[in-house]
Design a protein around this ligand. Sequence first.
Ligand code: G3P
Length: 478
Amino acid sequence: EGDVFKYYTDGEWKKSASGKSVAIINPTTRTTQYKVQACTQEEVNKVMESSKIAQKHWAKTPLWKRAELLHKAAAILKEHKAPIAECLVKEIAKPAKDTVTEVVRSGDLISYCAEEGVRILGEGKFLVSDSFPGNERTKYCLTSKIPLGVVLAIPPFNYPVNLAVSKIGPALIAGNSLVLKPPTQGAVACLHMVQCFNLAGFPKGLISCVTGKGSEIGDFLTMHPGVNCISFTGGDTGISISKKAGMVPLQMELGGKDACIVLEDADLDLVAANIIKGGFSYSGQRCTAVKVVLVMESVADALVEKVNAKVAKLKVGPPEEDCDITPVVSESSANFIEGLAKDAKTKGATFCQEYKREGNLIWPLLLDNVRPDMRIAWEEPFGPIVPVIRINSIEEGIHHCNASNFGLQGCVFTKDINKAILISDAMETGTVQINSAPARGPDHFPFQGLKDSGIGSQGITNSINMMTKIKSTVINLP
Ligand code: G3P
């Protein structure tokens, strides 16, 4: 009680001079669980300075040594999975078993970054001049990949650890230093994770973690002249960051309204299982969640019945008891979700279950006969509510999907692979899954969104490349 977790800079855990803290509210109990330091802009300036100095040395550290340290951090992270998972349960109300999975997946991600990094950064290109018209073979060009400098990583609340290391791993193996601004819900899990990097023995200043109020240090960080790259995952804030950020490479993964298109020949048991997994896991708080089902009218009744049978079996309650549906992250989020449900009610959607809420806990809800005039047809609830829109043609489904301002992922269920490929080509999303719910992983797969869903492509290989720049040396022969 009263303890405030310290922030991490220059290899040390420190208290902020502000004397202020930020409270982390447990979504289940709705009381203060932890407190973190409210860092000041001056402290951010110091973090940036030491980050810059540390990066210069790190860039000269042999690649294999960087990899070795990352492997060490990965192992330590996995050893510490229990206390980190415990924080995730308390801070973001993620079901207990999923919190352990998140930490283990993160350790694997770091190790994979180390392995991938030594391969792709261990190679460069050699070009000769006489392939371009008018040139003799008098110039040899050697290219290699060099780090960008200081990478600013801002992960979201739904995967505070995993989406932090998906930025930290690529940044560090590529020779960058990293400043982490964790989400408030999930900050303590992030601080524990950073302690694993500390224990692994990374040089001072190479990785820092600043906590604080977005209003005080948010823009200050993203607009800081010391930042050479921003990797952000989250909501709309990403759009304003991209407008304010300077001339630095941006990697952004923002919202999604992932559609699930169901054709008449689909295996409806498979579809129902994937709607449950895709729409309701972590109570729908994933950017890749199934956020609208577009099902052919002729199979809609049968599908809705199968999904309803599975919804009835979902366990609703606290994350400690490994319930499927747990309280959503905040009261304002619960209010927003409720607003979408009420709007759908007024406009005549069919409620397959009764709407029920206690505090931040919202019972899973399938809404049938949703029409395009309802907000839920377009907006991202980030909660356990899945709308079903009945369609009469594949074109209608594709049209709805492409009319969205989002374009993260989508999925199509059919036994006809030719149709599936044509639909995939027609869907304006970064990824289309055939016969499975959208998902980011495995973590080395490319992950990207079109339109308002993001900038650039993630996945381990793409992130490593994105966090580097090509450097050429040209040898001019006499
Ligand atoms: O919402 C975060 C996004 O990256 C989803 O990841 O693994 O749940 O598909 P995943």
